[in-house]
Design a protein around this ligand. Sequence first.
Ligand SMILES: *Cc1c(COP(=O)(O)O)cnc(C)c1O
Length: 500
Amino acid sequence: MKGVDDVPVMEPFRAKVVEPIPLTTRAQREQALRRAHHNLFDLRAEEVTIDLLTDSGTGALSAAQMAAAMLGDESYAGARSFHRFRTVVEDLTSYPHVLPVHQGRAAERILFSTLLRPGQITLGNTHFDTTRANVELAGGQARDLPCPEAADLDSPHRFKGDIDLDALHRTLTGQDSPRVAAVVMTLTSNGMGGQPVSMANLAETARLCRAHGVPLFLDAARFAENAWLVTRHEPGYRDHSPREVAEEAFRLADGCTASMKKDGLVNTGGFLGLRDRDLAQRCELLLVATEGFPTYGGLAGRDLDMLAQGLVEVTDPDYLRARASTTAYLAELARAAGVAVVEPPGVHAVYLNAGRLLPHIPPHRFPGHALACALYLEGGIRGVECGSLYLGKEDEHGDPVISAPWELVRLAIPRRVYSQGHIEHVGRTLARVAQHADRLPGYRITEQPTLLRHFKSKLEPVPLHTDEPRSTTDPTARSSPEPHPAAMSAPPCNTLTPSR
Ligand SMILES: *Cc1c(COP(=O)(O)O)cnc(C)c1O
């Protein structure tokens, strides 16, 4: 396997327990997709061979985590499990106040509804969509200030997760400055394709925040993967361990919200870490009312023990090297198949540029969805559309009102689950799909809910020769890596990833 350093990398673990994966025939997959109304979210797991829908909560546990689960203390208050968990989190983050929660968005809800007053603003490199939702639910406004390189999907720039420091400085000194309640840096920037934040950018952000008296929080869901990319690519950090980089990142901030379903290496869990005692006490009130007593926060004692162990394992350089190498390998297989990916690939997922592969499918016929369905039909692979099905909008005739800036498919890689053989199956499937890409149908929505339509819409394929003539005169029918002009008016359109 070709690694990020162009050396072969193998996984530093072997299997102790295995789970069969379903092998299906093409006829079975066609039937399953029809039954699911051509929405991959409506497939049953036993109809999916390789599930790349998300890397959230889908990882494999280690033997040490399973052993830790047996030590779980299920006492309601003061459990040993909590104290073990708290010690591990405090060692890693330096935050003296650690509030466990059932998953990341609960930490976001507790922090932002405690911190924000209506009309206040949070600034960030790119808020993840649950973060944005919780800021808005608290009456705030989440404003994204991504660095300019992030808008170029082909740019090999290494730190596209960086915040635009000039824009941050301008906002912190401009007319909106009294309304800025916090800065949120998301490591890695999931909304921007899993792109990392450099330590130089984070340090300067922290300096600006301090100078203007604004607290800085990390959204630390993928703190270890961010740290790994820093050790590989940021000058001055090549001799650091991922653990040292992660510790330094947490120390630069005043606290964090963290989904542990990603770099916690557990199936569920999260925490809110804070320096400020007063803020922590106010958050704790909400924690008790809505999640649970502060020593379990909606988790079982065994969850806290598995999480404590996961946080120790996740910064292992051998694990991170192998994981990054798997992602780089999948990206390489995609390019070799003639499918462009968002460059450079991060660690948690590969994003396929469906808009470029399928220029004959206009945005309102959902090229990303077409590619995702084709991957399922061809090889039983489930990815997720990140394009106009997720972010777009049509009028009552199905004509486009808003299109997404990019038409992508995300293939997220669960942690420690799939082998090189599985990844090669994905590569071969992609190559077969790419060969007859010009014959793939588009899709039309036949039924949709009013909110978060990508989860629940029903669709049907539209063979292109019978598609309405208007799509050929429609400006969006052009193949173009440029965003459709209508996309400029789309609300949070500079985001690539739905809420998973
Ligand atoms: C997944 C995720 C969240 C939300 O966490 P959940 O555990 O799914 O509630 C927040 N931020 C980022 C960057 C994420 O990837």
